[in-house]
Design a protein around this ligand. Sequence first.
Ligand SMILES: *[C@@H]1O[C@H](CO)[C@@H](O)[C@H](O)[C@H]1NC(C)=O
Ligand SMILES: *[C@@H]1O[C@H](CO)[C@@H](O)[C@H](O)[C@H]1NC(C)=O
Ligand SMILES: *[C@@H]1O[C@H](CO)[C@@H](O)[C@H](O)[C@H]1NC(C)=O
Length: 353
Amino acid sequence: MLLNFAAGVALLVSAAAPGLASMCFPCRNPYVRKEWRSLSNREREQYIAAVKCLQTKPGTAPLAAVQSRYDDFIATHQAQTDFVHFVGIFYPFHRLLLAEYEKALWSCGWNRRLGQPYWDWTLDTATEASFLASPVFDTVRGFGSNGAFIPGNLSDIQLPGHMGGPPFDLPDRSGGGCVTDGPFAGMTTRLGPLNISTGTTPRCLRRDFSYHSLRDFAGLDKVQQAMNLPDFGHFELITDTTTFHPGGHWAVGGLYGTMTDTYVSPTDPIFWLHHSNMDRAWWSWQSRDLAKREKEISGPLIFFDYNNDLGPNVTLSTPVWVGLNEDTRVDFEAGQLLHIRKGPFCYNYDHLY
Ligand SMILES: *[C@@H]1O[C@H](CO)[C@@H](O)[C@H](O)[C@H]1NC(C)=O
Ligand SMILES: *[C@@H]1O[C@H](CO)[C@@H](O)[C@H](O)[C@H]1NC(C)=O
Ligand SMILES: *[C@@H]1O[C@H](CO)[C@@H](O)[C@H](O)[C@H]1NC(C)=O
């Protein structure tokens, strides 16, 4: 509520004088985003309960397939997928989406001093056994484990990963079936696969673990390489398309898992931990030269148009929005979303890369 109000005023102010918004709403008391395993047992339980609460509250998006407040967030991501991935606003869009999701979690009992927890992939890349034993996949105070193994079949379009999956085989994929353990066992949504939002039969949450995807694309070496990239264009291109963004999605989603479906991957509650760490990586990179990087954005306006064959780049004034109805929609310009304690944001990470 408060943030909605702030957003509205920020818009009015920014129309007259871009940049003033952050001065009008100084961030005095930032909340903190912590790594999943840094939360206490009680906090982990409280977080999981808040996600489950969102899954029982009524949704607001005007789509028959949206049956819960949680579905609202899947639906806004799904509706905008083609405009917010492999483009310059990939990072600002997901920063805003996470902040809106956090507000919804707070209204469901999550601790207001804590933001969306993150999953630091680099803590789980040592061995396959340590990956499988990650507290993120805990079956009591985590998000549950893998689905049952389904043999790979690239022509079976009934399975969700078909379109969002890696353009190569994942020989170590080990699941594909519905999640049957942990707090989200048996979870369903009607959204998807892909951009289908009309609602057909309920779809289960699927996982298809691939340890090598995490180790090869989301390890400390890839994070450190990213931290040394010279400009936003390279940082966005490399991390969004080839290293830890796909790495985290494929490690959990493999070929057939929900996390691999580019459109409805937020169906998997792990999506939010993965993207919180994406945002943390971006902020870690920004913090290395903040004066410059809190104003830096580039990259294509159009999906995967990295050579600008089809259109221009995004700019500080490119619109970024979240929410599919009037009450929940928030509108900003990309330039208002580049600092985690300015504009609509007021948070910190407990540790940076
Ligand atoms: C793969 O999926 C297609 C489409 O559903 C099906 O026709 C085919 O029999 C499957 N192949 C195998 C080897 O399961
Ligand atoms: C999205 O849906 C439309 C049909 O409604 C289809 O023509 C289009 O190919 C879909 N796009 C993708 C990328 O799946
Ligand atoms: C678009 O952004 C990329 C990445 O920063 C940059 O290399 C390229 O020169 C930009 N293109 C235009 C037309 O400004």
